[in-house]
Design a protein around this ligand. Structure first.
Ligand code: HEC
Length: 226
């Protein structure tokens, strides 16, 4: 995805492609050609700027029900996978709030924007899927003995959360970030979710996350991207 976005960016086609693949974020796909056609003095640099700003406007945004509830993304496992923090029960006195692996995925157009700018664009979506530790001849700390050694492997899916940055829609939330859960349970997950109050989720992210409410310090793929 990373390579193909860069290829598209240099060919000027990104805005159109993203507009087609997003879930409702593509209403202004045609602005780049108009801007670049007026660039007669320095065509190369002006064209690049026009394409970049067009791309920034085309973050694939979340879908919403008329009630305002966010829809579960359709394809989060195809987004950019950035890391899997793990806080197992075995290392937390048996009572970790999230004892599963936390597999985190960034929606590709938002990832591309971050890669380029170091900022989370309006419309950014980040999914966190919880995956149980694979149980297999468990030792005291919940680890398993596998051919690769003693440690933790992933078992079954156990929940899905979503973070969305949208200051227009969630202006009352610090930083414009709203947080959702489609269930802390096995699949099927819920089809939609209401935003949590700011104190339930947002406050901890505000206090401890490295980059605009996002825990970039725990995601090697994001650290490497910008
Ligand atoms: C006590 C602190 C804390 C609270 C409260 C909290 N989170 Fe998080 N959240 C984290 C940490 C730490 C991470 C980094 C990844 C990990 O370890 O799971 C994270 C990561 C995330 C991510 C991935 C994107 C990112 O910002 O890194 C989502 C989505 C998320 N949390 C959703 C929620 C939701 C929904 C709630 C409220 C129900 C919530 N969080 C409450 C600490 C918190």
């Amino acid at each position: 995805m990373k390579t193909s976005i860069k290829t598209l960016l240099s060919s000027g086609a990104l805005g159109l492609v993203v507009a087609c693949s997003g879930q409702g974020g593509g209403t202004q796909a045609a602005s780049a050609p108009a801007a670049s056609s007026s660039a007669t003095v320095e065509p190369a640099s002006v064209t690049t700027a026009a394409v970049v700003s067009n791309a920034a406007a085309h973050i694939a945004t979340a879908g919403y029900l008329p009630s305002g509830a966010v829809k579960k993304p359709g394809n989060w496992r195809e987004w950019v996978y950035v890391g899997s923090p793990l806080t197992p029960n075995g290392l937390n006195g048996g009572t970790a709030p999230f004892p599963e692996f936390h597999n985190v995925y960034v929606e590709p157009t938002a990832f591309e924007h971050y890669e380029r700018t170091g900022e989370w664009a309006e419309g950014t979506q980040i999914a966190k899927e919880l995956v149980l530790i694979r149980s297999n001849n468990n030792a005291e700390n919940g680890s398993t003995a596998e051919v690769s050694g003693i440690g933790y492997q992933q078992g079954e899916f156990q929940g899905l959360e979503l973070a969305v940055k949208d200051t227009g829609r969630f202006g009352e939330m610090p930083g414009g970030w709203a947080y959702f859960s489609f269930g802390h349970k096995a699949q099927p997950y819920e089809a939609s979710a209401e935003a949590f109050p700011a104190e339930a989720c947002n406050a901890c992210h505000a206090a401890s996350a490295d980059t605009d409410f996002v825990f970039t310090q725990f995601y090697p793929v994001i650290r490497a991207a910008h």
